[in-house]
Design a protein around this ligand. Structure first.
Ligand SMILES: C[S@@+](CC[C@H](N)C(=O)[O-])C[C@H]1O[C@@H](n2cnc3c(N)ncnc32)[C@H](O)[C@@H]1O
Length: 67
């Protein structure tokens, strides 16, 4: 199989909670999201008051370039 192009994709907050078994206590800590890419985890968690920092090489590109 040959991929003709790469499509960025990402998980949401609920998927991260299930994937990493994140508890309410975890959200009281600072969270470093490595390779968060286009996931909505950061923005959703921040909207709930969590302190999340995401790092990913894709962030060298702006939103339009990623689209
Ligand atoms: C399939 S996406 C998953 C994104 C997110 N973690 C999620 O679960 O929705 C994989 C991500 O890993 C990032 N990545 C690849 N190599 C990396 C590296 N060396 N360090 C950090 N992130 C990397 C990619 O840029 C991409 O955004």
């Amino acid at each position: 199989m040959k991929l003709e192009k790469v499509v960025p994709w990402g998980r949401n907050l609920l998927e991260y909670q299930r994937m990493f078994l994140l508890s309410d206590d975890d959200f009281q800590q600072s969270i470093l999201g490595c390779g968060d890419g286009p996931a909505s985890f950061n923005v959703e968690a921040r909207q709930k008051g969590a302190n999340v920092t995401s790092v990913d090489p894709i962030y060298q590109f702006n939103a339009e370039q990623i689209r």
